[in-house]
Each structure stands twice: as structure tokens, then as C-alpha cells.
Design a protein around this ligand. Structure first.
Ligand code: MSP
Length: 516
């Protein structure tokens, strides 16, 4: 029996195309999803697009399109880029889909029936960028929103409100008590503490509907009002599992095992989302992880500053797999990080072209030169010493870091293992041994090939295509995914090695060419 694992990314607004920041969350989620599959979990992975609200209406207007035409065009673009990046999502959800309307109606109606929704006249400062109301104390000294640096507009409406205040203690208990049967783990710790601090101050009820925004999902009990875009958007996480129509599938995978997002939207996920779920008697997510923000050359990425890096540009420069690797490991997951093209290229050259690429090409070159591009004969079990050492080294550091979503550290342990192999080669000086002792040379080359193979297994979640190429280049035995699943269960190295004696190898000189 496989254990289920449900992972989500935020659903992205379709007012703009994906940039490196969106790719960061999505690639990370994909790497975790692939990692879990290799560890024999039954993974469900949902991503998608957030298509309602004022922001979308005004973007469509600017482009002279209807909102739906814009959503159709942009959601396709998101799908296309995720497919290019090899994102192995199980379900892509669009909030304009009928199945999502059904889920939102069901949840909002249930909240209404349970008395958590009431009508109220309201005046507030609305930031369209964030799609939320702010009170003056939440704004900077000049009265601007911290994220968008624009002044929210005063809006007056009679809306339906969600009794968020009723959930204060219910949420606090779930976040602070690790033994609560519905414990919500919020990571990283500092952000969890911020949430707890804010929760302790108290919760204000929030607007749940808009009367002036027609581009949304009408409330089932008052068709003149549409669901507030954030309430609408959060519900995607259950729609994506088939709620409410495919209740078996939903019950199989819910609650989410991990929901990823950046810190800008943690409040919605850590407080409003659990409140909605508790309100309709569903369990909240088990783990919510808010990562930091990418800045580019010290600036927030924004179209107006024309300093946005797109995933397509990255793919054009580095290729798909290297893009996945660099983007997911260039900054620590918990903190903000500044990046530049220079640093991205440096990471590519150091980790992939120099360390990994060189190791593979030099080993295969030696096998070509001395053993006719074939895996030499295994002499005795000492031939497996090196691969066992590498396996032991990685087993601890890589796995802990992957399970804690510290991808930059997991990648570092891989790089350390590669450096270890490179150093071993320098120490062994096989080019000297070639002149004197063929059987010792066979022992070394055989050992190196096995070490490459085990590295390929660990590279699989990060760089699925390259890992397979490497696996084939060393003539390793069997389907890499199947071998990896077996290996990650018991960490046993096959008796005859992965690449068995006599296997045909392939030259591998241009896997990651140096970029100048
Ligand atoms: N539509 C909402 C989310 C609703 S989820 C129920 C939204 N969309 S967004 O298009 O603005 O995407 C926000 C998410 O994109 C962030 O939480 C993060 O995952 C990712 N990022 C956007 N810019 C980013 C950076 N500069 N750096 C890192 N991640 C960034 O908010």
C-alpha cells in the first residue's frame, strides 16, 4: 500500500506570464513530487491559474480582450511553460472551470448555512494588486501597500462577510499544539511566529463577496454578489482533488501534506484557508511552507522596471534540466535572495559544467581510451567500495534536506559527493596506472562508473532528462526510475554494480557545456 502525498503550488494570476519567481515555487513542488514518487508515495500534485477578480478584468481591458479570452490565452501559456519545464502535475486547475464553480458554491453555501456568513455595509481601502482590503495600519507611511507601492482605493460596498474572528482560537490551537490531531505545521519558524503574533492580537471578519466585481463566481444564496477572489482561489486546492463530486478521490488525498507559496500570501494560507476548512468541517492542511522572495540585482522583479527573468529565457540559455536545478537551488528556501544573470551562470558553470559534467566526461573518456568504451570487468567487491561510500554519504545529508524542502542543501550534498569522486580520481591517478596495471585500472574505472550511476539516481528529481542520459551513457542496467525506487527503499547496491561488466558506454562530452 502506497502512502498518499498531496502537494500544491499557489494558482497564479493570469494578468501576466510566468516569471522566475513563479517557476521557483512550481519547480520546487515538482522536485518534491518526483522525490516522493521515487520514495514510493502515491503523489497528487496540483497547480493552476487564478482567473477571477478586478486585476484580471483590468488586464483584459488593457489588452482589448474579454476576461475569458485573456484567461484562456494565459492559462495555456502557463501550461505550456510548465510542460516545457517537465512539471509533472497531476491536475491543472483553472478557477473559471465549471467543476470549480461547483466546489466554491458548495463551500460558501455550507458556511452560510452554518451561520458563518453575514451581510454588512463596508468601507475599506482596496489594493487591486493584492486583491484585498487593508486598514490604514497595514500600509506604509505614505499610505501605500508594501508589496505594490500603490495607494489602495477607498471602496464602499454592502458585502457578505465571513466570521473569521470565530476561528481565532481554533486556528491558534492547531498551529501551536504539535499534538493536535489537526496540527498545522507552519514553516519556516520565524514566519510561523509572525502568524501566531498576529493571531493573538485578534482576527477581524473579512469580506467574502464583492458586489461591484462581476467577473467571479456568483454566491449561491445571492446571485448579485460574487465570491471574493481569495475565497474563490483558496478553494482550488479541494477542487483539484475532485471535491465535492469525486468524494472518494477527495477523501483519499485530503488533507494536503504540503502547500508551498511565497511569504506574501502566507496569511491567506495559514489563517483564512484553515478557517474556511474548519468552518465546513474539513481538516486543514498538514504543512504550509512559505519561501522567500527572489529579487533581481537588488530590485523587486516587476514588468514596469523591465527586470523580469522569464522561464523561457532561462531555458534558452541553460536548457530545461539546468534551469530546474539552478532555479531550485540558487537561494535558501526560507529566505529572500538576490540573483543576477551573472550568478545564475556561475552556478551553472561551477555545479553542472565543471563539477558534474567534467566528472562524467573524464570517466567515460578513460573507459573509451582503455576499455574500448565498455564497462571493464568487475574484479571483486572492493570495486563497489567507492559507490558504497558515496551512497552512505548521500543517504544521510540528501534525504534529510529533501524531506525538509532544503533543496539548496540537498544539491550541495550532491556537489560534495561529486567533488569526492573527482578527488578520488586525482588521488588514484588512473592515467599513470594505465601504464603499469590493467587490472587495477579496470578496478578504478569500474568503481567510477558505479559512482556516476548512484549520482544519477539522486539527480533524478532535479534533472530527470539528464539523469536518464547519464544512466544510459554508463550503460547502467534497467529502467532508471525502477532502479531508483528500489534503491531508495533499501539503499542496496546491486552485487554486479549498476553498470555491469561489458556494458556499452556512450561518450558524454556535451551534457553541460561551459557558458561564457
Ligand atoms: N493568485 C494568488 C495565489 C492564490 S493561491 C490560492 C497569487 N498569485 S501570483 O501570481 O501573484 O503568485 C504568487 C506566488 O508566485 C508566490 O506565492 C510565489 O509562489 C510566486 N512568486 C511570485 N513572485 C515571486 C518572487 N519574486 N520570488 C519568489 N516567488 C515568487 O498570489
Amino acid at each position: 500500500m502506497k502512502i498518499k502525498f498531496y502537494i500544491t503550488t499557489p494558482i497564479y494570476y493570469v494578468n501576466d506570464v510566468a516569471h522566475i519567481g513563479h517557476s521557483y515555487t512550481t519547480i520546487t513542488a515538482d522536485i518534491i513530487a518526483r522525490w516522493k514518487r521515487l520514495n514510493n508515495f502515491d503523489v497528487f500534485f496540483v497547480t493552476g491559474t487564478d482567473e477571477h477578480g478586478e486585476k484580471i478584468v483590468s488586464a483584459a481591458k488593457k489588452k482589448g480582450q474579454t476576461p475569458l479570452a485573456l484567461c484562456d490565452e494565459m492559462s495555456e501559456k502557463f501550461k505550456k511553460i510548465w510542460n516545457l519545464l517537465n512539471i509533472s502535475y497531476t491536475n491543472f486547475i483553472r478557477t473559471t472551470e465549471k467543476r470549480h464553480f461547483i466546489a466554491v458554491e458548495k463551500i460558501v453555501q455550507t458556511l452560510f448555512d452554518k451561520g458563518f456568513i453575514f451581510k454588512k455595509k463596508y468601507e475599506g481601502l482596496y489594493c487591486t494588486g493584492c486583491e484585498r482590503f487593508y486598514s490604514k495600519k497595514d500600509l506604509d507611511k505614505t499610505g501605500c501597500c508594501f508589496f505594490h507601492k500603490t495607494k489602495p482605493l477607498l471602496q464602499f460596498e454592502e458585502n457578505y462577510f465571513f466570521k473569521l474572528s470565530a476561528f481565532q482560537n481554533l486556528i491558534l490551537d492547531r498551529i501551536t499544539d504539535p499534538y493536535h490531531k489537526e496540527h498545522i505545521e507552519i514553516l519556516p519558524k520565524e514566519r510561523k511566529n509572525e502568524i501566531i503574533g498576529k493571531l493573538k492580537i485578534g482576527l477581524e471578519d473579512i469580506s467574502l463577496s464583492r458586489s461591484i466585481v462581476k467577473w467571479g463566481i456568483p454566491l449561491p444564496f445571492d446571485k448579485e454578489q460574487t465570491a471574493y477572489v481569495w475565497i474563490d482561489a483558496l478553494i482550488n486546492y479541494v477542487t483539484g482533488l475532485g471535491y465535492p463530486e469525486d468524494i472518494n478521490k477527495f477523501q483519499k488525498y485530503w488533507p494536503a501534506d504540503i502547500q508551498l507559496m511565497a511569504k506574501d500570501i502566507l496569511w491567506f494560507h495559514a489563517v483564512i484557508w484553515p478557517a474556511i476548512l474548519i468552518g465546513v468541517e474539513l481538516s486543514p492542511p498538514k504543512r504550509i511552507y512559505a519561501h522567500g522572495f527572489f529579487t533581481l540585482n537588488g530590485n523587486k522583479m516587476s514588468k514596469s522596471l523591465s527586470n523580469v527573468i522569464s522561464p523561457q529565457e532561462l531555458i534558452d540559455k541553460y536548457g530545461v534540466d539546468a534551469t530546474r536545478y539552478i532555479v531550485s537551488t540558487i537561494i535558501p528556501f526560507d529566505s529572500d535572495g538576490d540573483i543576477s544573470w551573472h550568478e545564475l551562470t556561475l552556478k551553472y558553470n561551477v555545479d553542472l559544467a565543471n563539477n558534474l559534467g567534467n566528472m562524467i566526461s573524464r570517466i567515460i573518456k578513460m573507459a573509451a581510451k582503455y576499455f574500448n568504451l565498455k564497462t571493464p570487468h568487475k574484479i571483486n567487491n572492493l570495486d563497489l567500495e567507492l559507490v558504497k561510500k558515496i551512497s552512505k554519504l548521500l543517504k544521510v545529508s540528501f534525504i534529510i534536506n529533501m524531506n525538509n524542502i532544503q533543496l539548496h542543501k540537498a544539491a550541495q550534498s550532491l556537489q560534495n559527493a561529486i567533488t569526492f569522486i573527482n578527488k578520488q580520481i586525482e588521488y588514484d591517478t588512473p592515467w599513470k596506472i594505465a601504464k603499469t596495471d590493467t587490472s587495477k585500472l579496470a578496478h578504478h574505472i569500474f568503481s567510477y562508473l558505479q559512482a556516476i550511476d548512484v549520482i544519477a539516481l539522486y539527480l533524478l528529481p532535479f534533472m530527470p532528462i539528464s539523469a536518464k542520459k547519464i544512466w544510459c551513457a554508463t550503460g547502467a542496467n534497467g529502467n532508471i526510475d525502477e532502479v531508483a525506487k528500489k534503491y531508495f527503499k533499501d539503499f542496496i547496491i546491486p552485487q554486479d554494480g549498476f553498470s555491469i561488466s561489458g556494458s556499452q558506454l556512450q561518450n558524454m562530452e556535451n551534457l553541460f557545456l561551459r557558458i561564457v
